[in-house]
Design a protein around this ligand. Structure first.
Ligand code: OAD
Length: 229
């Protein structure tokens, strides 16, 4: 049976595809206030502003391609059972070929009803005021905003508990509950963290830090894991 690799990714893995991160210098949250564009309160205050913010993000993602890191994680499936848990709302893991991807914070290329959260649509274009679901209510971005529940945690936690190897790539690990997932990994399994910037490392057993950008660090680690398998 193939060993299970579980990977938690953040904005850093898509940085080299040209998508801005949130908290680096020149990150998105330097220019936009979270409470204006990524909260239920912001949506109620100014729907147009929120739609515009995510329409810009969506247009940008549609122009981006997966990079070596996304593609290497897909290649890892040749010899491992790989689950990706991503905080990213882009589709670059899927575009890179990964087949098991859990989007903790939603998906930019989908829209959902504001009346019935189960009505979710593929939506690879702008969401405009007046675009409605089949029950007639305005569509919103299919994004988990600050202050909202993260239902995909119910899928993510059991995956992490089953991991034989756990890898964290390109996340500042400050947004919960995603940042707490590492605590569900079994004590004895190898854990890797890949990030080009120095950061306070979680106090977790068997954790190794690869201080590289994703395209370099993930390529290196995937080659090593494929050789070991
Ligand atoms: P952040 O912007 O907080 O962190 C990005 C991380 O990527 C940092 O640790 C950087 O050092 C690292 N990084 C930068 N360039 C990199 C590269 N080339 N290769 C690898 N790593 C690199 O992004 P997230 O941790 O993903 O949520 O943010 C978590 C959540 O906060 C996001 O999902 C988003 C945001 O608010 C919502 O919008 C709900």
């Amino acid at each position: 049976m193939k060993k299970k690799v579980v990977v938690l990714t953040g904005a850093g893995i898509s940085a080299e595809s040209g998508i801005r991160t949130f908290r680096d210098s020149n990150g998105l949250w330097e220019e936009h206030r979270i409470e204006d564009v990524a909260s239920p309160e912001g949506w109620h205050r100014n729907q147009e502003l929120v739609l515009d913010f995510y329409n810009q993000r969506r247009r940008q993602v549609l122009e981006c391609k997966p990079n070596r890191a996304h593609i290497a994680l897909a290649e890892l499936e040749q010899k491992y059972d790989v689950s990706i848990i991503t905080q990213n709302v882009d589709n670059l893991h899927e575009a890179g070929g990964s087949t098991q991807v859990v989007h903790l914070h939603g998906e930019l290329l989908k829209a959902r009803s504001t009346k019935d959260e189960n009505l979710i649509y593929d939506w690879p274009r702008d969401i405009l005021t007046g675009d409605t679901c089949e029950k007639g209510s305005q569509l919103r971005p299919h994004i988990v905003w600050f202050g909202e529940a993260v239902p995909k945690m119910d899928e993510a936690i059991p995956l992490v508990m089953k991991a034989d190897v756990f890898i964290v790539i390109g996340t500042s690990m400050v947004v919960y509950p995603a940042a707490g997932l590492i605590n569900y990994a079994q004590y004895e399994i190898p854990k890797w963290l890949i990030d080009p910037n120095d950061m306070p490392l979680p106090r977790i057993p068997n954790l190794k830090f690869i201080n590289q950008r994703a395209t370099v660090g993930v390529d290196y680690l995937v080659k090593q894991l494929l050789e070991q398998a």
